[in-house]
Design a protein around this ligand. Structure first.
Ligand code: ATP
Ligand code: ATP
Ligand code: MG
Ligand code: MG
Length: 878
C-alpha cells in the first residue's frame, strides 16, 4: 500500500456539506488491489487483536460488530484503513464518526475520507492506519508498543493544538450558534464573525474591554482606593516599599493575622495569607518582593473564597473556590493521598484542564505544621487536610458553583463595582463566610477585581451546576447569529465566473456598501486590488471574510479550491451556479461531467435555508441542483418560454429572464424590466448571448439580496470589461476597416459561446486564429476544429510556444481533422508560430471583417493588434 496524496478539507465539500473537517487520502493498494481481507491469512485475527475496540463500529450491517463482520467476510483494504484511522483518533480521545471510501477511475486506487478534530492528528491517524494494516498483512500483527506510541502522539497533537479552557468554551458556544471563528496568526487572538461585523477576543478580553479598566484592575492598590472611596467593602491595608516599614504597616491594619501580597501579582503568586507572627511576615515579604516592588499589607479576613463573574453588567456565575486539599482515609500518608488525587485525569498542568495538579510550596509545609501534620502523616478517615492557603484553581484548588445562592445585595454590589472599575467582563474575588448574606453583615470584603477572568471554574465546576458563561459573552457581542455575519455571494460554473463575480460586485457597489471580492485575477476590496493572482480558493475567501472593512463578500469559487480544501465558509446567502461543461476532466479524480456537477453543486447546497441558490434553468445539470439544496431557488434563463421557469414563477418563485430584448426579473404575475441588453456594455450591444446570461445571473443574485432594480440597472449600465480590467475576456478592438477580438476561451462550451457572439456581430467575413494548450486530450483538439469550422469562414491553426510535451504539429493535425469532419470545403491553413499566425490573419483581414484570436499569450496578441493603429477599444462604447 502507498499513500499518493493527503488533502485536508476545512469547509463544505464534495464528500459532505455538513462535515467540514475531513482528510482525503489517495491510496494505492498496490498488490492488495485484488485481495479482499478474507483472502489475507490471519488478517482478521490480527486486526481484532490489535484493535479490539473496532467491535464498536457498526458500518453497513448497522449493528455492533458490523464492521468486523465485513472484514471477516471480505472487504477492501481502503475501507479497513478508513475504520482504523477513525478508531485511532477515537482511542486518543477525539470523537469522530464520519468516513467514506471510494475506488477511483484508476483500478486499485482508492480515496479514503476520514473525519478529524485536529488536522495534524487526522493526517497522522491516516498514515498510522496504513502502517498498522500493512504490518498485519505482512506479519499478522501490529506491536502493542507501536500502537501505544501512536495513541500518545495523537494525544500530544490534540493537546498542543487545543485552546485554553476559557477560549475553548467561547468558540464551542460560537460554533453551536453558527458564529464563525478563526484563530489569527498572532497573540492568540480569536476572531468571531465576518467582515465589518467581526469581534475579537483574547482569552476573556474582548475588543470592547477598555484598557483603562484593565490597567486599573491590575493595580490592586489603586482598585482598592477607588472602591473604598465609593464605599465598597475592601480589605483594610497599605502599601510599602521597604522592609523597614513592615512593622508599622502591620500595626496600621490592626495587627495579626495579616496578608502580604505583591501589588500586581496574579494566580496567587507571591501571596501569603493568615500570617500570624513576625518571622512568617518577614518571609512573606521576601516572597512577595520576588514578584513586585510594591507590597500590599492587609488585614486577613476569615471566610470562604468566592469568584463572582460579571459579564455585560450582570452577575452570570458565582463559584466558591476551595484550596487544594486531600481527605484522609485512615491508611494513606498525605503524600500518597496527593499522588492519588493527581491521578485524576481532570487534573492537568497549568490551565490546560478543568483542574490543576496539586503541588506543594513553601506555605504548604507551614500550613501542614499548623494542622499538626507532616507530609508523611496518615490523617484519620474523613479528615480534611489543606495543602495550600489560597484557593486559586491554578494551585490545585477546586470550585463549587454558588450562582443560585448569592444574596441580591451582593449581586447589586458586584455589578456596581465592575461598572466603577470599567470592565465588560470581570471576576471579583470576594472573601466572606456566607455569600448568601450581604457582605455588610458578614464583614466580607472584595479582595480584588480581575480583568480577563478564567471561565473554567464556572464552565466545569467540581461540584454544582455548570454555567454557560460563554453564552453571556456572545450575547454581549452579537444580538444574534446574523449580526455576526456579512452577506456572502458565491459564484461557480465552468465558464463566466470571473465576469459574473466582477459584475455582481459592481452592482452591489451601487448600494454604497464596501464589497470585497475574489477572482482568478486577484482579490479586491472596494475599488482596490489587495493581491493579484488566481484567488478562487478558501484562503482568498478568508482574506475577504476576515477583513474588518468589508460589508459584502462576492466570491468566485472555482472547482480546484472546493476539491482541495472545501469552501472557505459554512454557508452563503446566495450560491450562483452558471453552467457545468466538460473542462479539466480527469484531474483530481473528477472524471465525469456528473462528478463535476456534484462538485459545483456544493456551492448551491451550502446556502442558508433562507438564502437563494441562483441556478441556470437552461443547463439541465445546474437546474437539477434545485433538488439538493435546502435554500430557496431562483432561476435565470435566456428562454422566455422555459417551462421550468414558468412553473416556478407561477408558484411564487423569482426568476431572471431575457425577454423581448430586455433583462427582466419575473416574480408571480409581475415582470420588472431592468434594462435592454443593447444598453448593457458587457453584452456587446446585446450580441453576446452568454454575457446576457452572466448579467441575468448577477442581476438575480443581487435582486434576491434586496438590491433594488434601479441599483441593478445602474450597475449593468456602468460596468465595462476593459482590456485593463479583464484581459483576454472578449476584448474587442476597432481597427478602422475591420475588428479584432481576443478571448481566452479554453473549452468547447466557451468556443460555442464565442461562436454565438461572432454570428451575431458581423455579417462580414470571420477569420479565426485557433489552437489550445498541449496537455488537453486529443479529442478536445478535434472538437476545437469542429467548432471552428462551424464558426469561421477562414481558419488559421497555430500552436502554443509551450507544447506541454506534445510533438510539434500534432495538435494542429488534430484540429485540421476536426475541421474536415464538419466541412471538407472549409478554407484553412496551419501556421504553427502564434505571432506569425496572428500577423497573417490581421494582414489578410478584408473590410468589415472580424478576426477572432484565441491566443496562448493574451498580452502579446493585444500588442500585435495595437501596433496596427487602433481606433478604439470597442467595449468602452455603448
Ligand atoms: P488570582 O489572580 O488567581 O485571582 P491573585 O494572585 O491576584 O489571585 P488575590 O486575588 O489578591 O491574588 O488573592 C488570592 C486569594 O487569597 C484570594 O482569592 C483570597 O482567597 C485570599 N486573600 C487575598 N487577600 C485576602 C485577605 N485580605 N483576607 C483573606 N483572604 C485573602
Ligand atoms: P476561469 O475558469 O478561467 O477562471 P471563468 O469561469 O472565470 O474562467 P471568465 O473569465 O468570466 O470565466 O470567462 C472566460 C471565458 O469564458 C470568456 O472569455 C468567454 O469566452 C467564456 N464565457 C464567459 N461566460 C460564459 C458563459 N456564460 N458560457 C460560456 N462561456 C462563457
Ligand atoms: Mg484573585
Ligand atoms: Mg475565473
Amino acid at each position: 500500500m502507498r499513500i499518493l496524496k493527503i488533502q485536508t478539507l476545512r469547509g463544505p465539500n464534495y464528500w459532505s456539506i455538513r462535515r467540514h473537517k475531513l482528510i482525503v487520502m489517495r491510496l494505492d493498494l498496490e498488490n492488495l488491489a485484488q485481495t479482499p481481507s478474507n483472502e489475507i491469512p490471519g488478517f482478521y485475527e490480527g486486526l481484532v487483536e490489535a484493535l479490539p475496540s473496532l467491535e464498536g463500529h457498526y458500518c453497513s450491517p448497522g449493528c455492533r460488530g458490523g464492521f468486523l463482520m465485513r472484514v471477516k467476510e471480505g472487504t477492501m483494504m481502503g475501507h479497513i484503513v478508513e475504520h482504523v484511522a477513525l478508531e485511532l483518533q477515537e482511542l486518543a480521545g477525539m470523537h469522530v464518526g464520519f468516513g467514506r471510501t471510494r475506488e477511483t477511475a484508476t483500478p486499485g486506487i482508492f480515496q479514503v475520507v476520514i473525519e478529524y478534530l485536529n488536522e495534524e492528528a487526522g493526517r497522522y491517524a491516516g498514515r498510522a492506519a496504513v502502517r498498522l494494516c500493512q504490518s498485519i498483512v505482512d506479519r499478522g500483527r501490529y506491536p502493542k508498543a507501536e500502537l501505544e506510541q501512536d495513541i500518545l502522539d495523537l494525544k500530544d497533537l490534540w493537546r498542543e493544538s487545543s485552546l485554553g479552557p476559557s477560549t475553548e468554551a467561547i468558540v464551542k458556544e460560537a460554533e453551536l450558534r453558527g458564529i464563525p471563528w478563526t484563530q489569527l496568526s498572532a497573540r492568540f487572538l480569536i476572531q468571531l464573525g465576518y467582515g465589518v461585523n467581526q469581534k475579537r477576543m483574547q482569552a476573556t478580553m474582548t475588543n470592547k474591554t477598555g484598557i483603562l479598566g484593565v490597567e486599573l484592575a491590575c493595580d490592586k492598590e489603586a482598585t482598592k482606593r477607588i472602591l473604598a472611596a465609593a464605599g465598597a467593602p475592601v480589605p483594610k491595608g497599605t502599601v510599602i516599599n521597604f522592609l523597614d516599614d513592615l512593622e508599622e504597616a502591620i500595626e496600621y491594619v490592626g495587627g495579626y493575622p495579616i496578608v502580604i501580597k505583591p501589588s500586581d501579582g496574579n494566580h496567587g503568586r507571591g501571596i501569603t495569607i493568615d500570617i500570624r507572627n513576625w518571622d512568617e511576615a518577614e518571609a512573606a515579604y521576601e516572597a512577595a518582593r520576588a514578584i513586585s516592588r510594591s507590597i500590599i499589607v492587609e488585614r486577613y479576613y476569615v471566610g470562604r473564597d468566592h469568584r463572582v463573574l460579571v459579564i455585560d453588567g450582570k452577575v452570570v456565575a458565582v463559584a466558591e473556590r476551595v484550596p487544594a486539599h486531600v481527605v484522609g482515609n485512615g491508611r494513606s500518608t498525605i503524600s500518597e493521598l496527593i499522588a492519588e488525587t493527581n491521578k485524576d485525569p481532570n487534573r492537568g498542568e497549568g490551565h490546560d484542564k478543568v483542574l490543576t495538579k496539586i503541588e506543594l510550596d513553601r506555605n504548604s509545609y507551614q500550613l501542614l505544621e499548623r494542622q499538626s501534620y507532616t507530609i508523611n502523616s496518615v490523617p484519620p478517615k474523613g479528615a480534611i487536610c489543606y495543602l495550600r492557603a489560597t484557593a486559586n484553581l491554578s494551585t490545585g484548588g477546586i470550585a463549587i458553583d454558588r450562582t443560585d445562592e448569592i444574596h441580591p445585595e451582593n449581586v447589586w454590589l458586584a455589578q456596581r463595582i465592575v461598572k466603577i472599575i470599567g470592565l465588560d467582563i470581570a471576576g471579583l474575588d470576594i472573601v466572606t463566610t456566607d455569600i448568601s448574606r450581604p457582605l455588610r453583615e458578614m464583614d466580607g470584603v472584595v479582595v480584588e477585581v480581575n480583568a480577563a477572568p478564567g471561565f473554567r471554574m464556572h464552565v466545569a465546576p467540581s461540584q454544582g451546576t455548570p454555567r454557560n458563561v460563554a453564552g453571556a459573552v456572545l450575547d454581549m457581542l452579537f444580538t444574534n447569529e446574523q449580526s455576526s455575519l456579512i452577506p456572502i455571494l458565491s459564484v461557480t460554473g465552468t465558464n463566466g465566473k470571473t465576469t459574473t463575480t466582477r459584475l455582481l460586485a459592481h452592482i452591489y457597489k451601487q448600494t454604497g456598501k464596501v464589497v470585497g471580492y475574489t477572482t482568478t485575477d486577484g482579490t479586491y476590496i472596494g475599488d482596490y486590488l489587495v493581491e493579484s493572482g488566481d484567488n478562487t480558493g478558501p484562503q482568498s475567501a478568508h482574506v475577504i471574510l476576515e477583513d474588518p472593512t468589508v460589508e459584502v463578500a462576492v466570491l468566485e469559487t472555482a472547482r480546484g479550491g472546493i476539491l482541495r480544501s472545501g469552501l472557505g465558509f459554512a454557508n452563503a446567502n446566495v450560491g450562483v451556479v452558471l453552467n457545468v461543461a466538460a473542462d479539466h476532466l480527469g484531474i483530481g479524480d473528477i472524471d465525469t461531467i456528473e462528478q463535476l456537477a456534484n462538485l459545483k453543486g456544493v456551492v448551491a447546497e451550502a446556502v442558508f435555508p433562507d438564502g437563494y441558490a441562483v441556478l441556470n434553468a437552461d443547463d439541465h445539470r445546474v437546474a437539477a441542483m434545485a433538488e439538493k439544496t435546502k435554500a430557496n431557488v431562483a432561476y435565470f434563463t435566456m428562454n422566455p418560454d422555459s417551462e421550468l421557469v414558468r412553473k416556478h414563477v407561477q408558484k411564487g418563485g423569482v426568476a431572471a429572464v431575457y425577454e423581448n430584448g430586455y433583462l427582466s426579473i419575473v416574480k408571480g404575475d409581475w415582470t420588472h424590466r431592468i434594462e435592454r441588453a443593447e444598453n448593457i456594455p458587457l453584452t456587446m450591444s446585446g450580441r453576446a448571448p452568454f454575457m446576457i446570461a452572466n448579467a441575468l445571473a448577477a442581476s438575480l443574485a443581487a435582486f434576491v439580496q434586496n438590491v433594488t432594480i434601479e441599483q441593478i440597472r445602474a450597475g449593468l449600465k456602468t460596468f465595462r470589461a476593459s482590456v485593463s480590467q479583464t484581459p483576454g475576456r472578449m476584448n474587442l478592438f476597432n481597427l478602422g476597416k475591420y475588428h479584432a477580438l481576443v478571448d481566452y476561451a479554453h473549452n468547447p462550451a466557451s468556443y460555442q459561446a464565442l461562436g454565438s457572439f461572432v454570428r451575431n456581430w458581423t455579417t462580414g467575413e470571420c477569420i479565426g486564429v485557433v489552437g489550445g494548450p498541449g496537455d488537453r486530450r486529443d479529442e478536445d483538439f478535434v472538437t476545437l476544429g469542429k467548432l471552428s469550422a462551424e464558426i469561421f469562414d477562414y481558419i488559421i491553426v497555430k500552436e502554443d510556444d509551450d507544447s506541454r510535451g506534445r510533438s510539434r504539429g500534432s495538435a494542429a493535425d488534430l484540429i485540421a481533422r476536426g475541421i474536415n469532419q464538419v466541412n471538407p470545403n472549409c478554407r484553412y491553413e496551419s501556421i504553427l508560430d502564434e505571432t506569425a499566425a496572428i500577423n497573417k490573419a490581421l494582414d489578410m483581414a478584408p473590410d468589415n471583417s472580424l478576426v477572432v484570436i484565441l491566443p496562448e499569450s493574451v498580452s502579446r496578441a493585444i500588442k500585435l493588434i495595437k501596433v496596427r493603429g487602433l481606433v478604439k477599444e470597442e467595449v468602452q462604447q455603448q
